[in-house]
Design a binder for this molecule. Structure first.
Ligand SMILES: [Zn+2]
Ligand SMILES: [Zn+2]
Ligand SMILES: [Zn+2]
Length: 347
């Protein structure tokens, strides 16, 4: 029977349409034929084609903007926001607008054109997360940047214009509605129950078990009760912490490994699906004790259509319980793609 489920924090609704239930092989997402590394500016030796680097990891030393790196961060060549000035109000024909002042950065997490984040050695995944965290910490010190969005688009259907694996950070001079709604949700939950909604969720999910994909000392990986997307995966730190910039180095390294494994499970279960990954954390300027930072990975297997656009309610044809079961069974430590659609191999 199809169910309407509500998100614990935002009250957002989804229809889990089990009647339409799909197995991984029923999804017909077509991966674009690879463009290859020829014109790719994120590859080794093309460093001069990007803006000068901000930070890089070069295990063997070497000069900036030269090969030898494993992770490399630089400003986006075509930024969505402007780095200069203050986010003042401006008058646009009688209507109020704000100058879109912010940073827009790119973090390339591998010099290898065809390597996915899920295929990285654990040390490289750790280094990528260390660079991301270091940029986040740096940007959170700039008071003009009220919100920092870290995200990863993978695959053309998820909005990646370049196929070479990378992350992006965009800061905006205000707190976006999506995050404001989550903060408000955790505040009300705390007022009503005297505890954090995400901490409660972790405890309940561990107890129930049917939606848990993986647990470590530092993180719980699960498919949320009200999953909007098939195989939607959340990574939640076990330690209550609103601010991503306060996360310690060992936890950041563990996060790199956990994200890598979570992506690898999706890649092997669903044959490298297009996906978006986002980090949600409390903005430095908001003194919330009730928020709890987390990561969402959203595979883009189904199209958002009229019903979703009109109602804001997503229809998800895969129950999160089934998705968690399949992802849990999939081995995340195989780099080789030959056994992909790992589910059948594991059945
Ligand atoms: Zn490349
Ligand atoms: Zn918490
Ligand atoms: Zn969130």
């Amino acid at each position: 029977m199809p169910e309407i489920r509500e998100d614990l924090i935002t009250g957002g609704m989804v229809i889990i349409a089990t009647e339409r239930s799909k197995r991984p092989q029923d999804f017909t997402h077509v991966n674009e034929p690879p463009k290859g590394s020829k014109s790719c500016v994120f590859c080794y030796g093309k460093e001069a084609a990007t803006p000068p680097e901000i930070i890089a990891i070069r295990p063997g030393g070497g000069l900036p903007d030269c090969p030898g790196w494993t992770v490399r961060a630089f400003p986006n060549k075509f930024p969505a926001v402007t780095a200069a000035g203050n986010p003042d109000y401006i008058n646009v024909g009688g209507r109020k607008a704000v100058k879109a002042v912010g940073a827009h950065e790119v973090i390339v997490d591998t010099p290898e054109h065809n390597q996915t984040f899920g295929q990285l050695p654990d040390t490289c995944a750790e280094q990528a997360m260390e660079v991301i965290a270091s940029r986040y910490r740096h940007l959170s010190g700039d008071l003009r940047f009220q919100y920092i969005q870290v995200f990863k688009n993978s695959g053309a259907a998820a909005g990646a214009s370049l196929e070479h694996s990378h992350w992006q950070i965009i800061t905006v001079p205000l707190v976006p509605e999506t995050v404001a709604r989550e903060i408000k949700g955790t505040e009300s939950f705390w007022e009503a129950n005297g505890e954090c909604a995400y901490c409660r969720m972790i405890a309940e999910e561990k107890n129930n078990g049917s939606r848990v994909i993986e647990q470590t000392k530092e993180f719980v990986v699960l498919t949320p009760f009200a999953s909007r997307f098939p195989y939607e995966t959340w990574i939640i730190p076990t330690k209550h912490e609103p601010f991503f910039e306060k996360t310690g180095i060992e936890e950041i390294k563990a996060l790199g490994r956990t994200v890598r494994r979570s992506i690898r499970r999706l890649e092997r279960t669903l044959c490298r699906p297009p996906y978006n990954l986002t980090i949600h954390a409390c903005p430095a300027g908001i003194k919330s004790r009730s928020y709890h930072w987390h990561i969402k990975i959203m595979p883009r297997l189904s199209t958002i259509a009229g019903f979703e656009m009109g109602s804001g309610i997503h229809i998800n044809p895969v129950s999160p319980e089934m998705a968690a079961g399949l992802l849990r069974e999939t081995q995340p430590d195989i780099q080789d793609d030959s056994g992909m659609n790992g589910v059948e191999a594991n059945d």
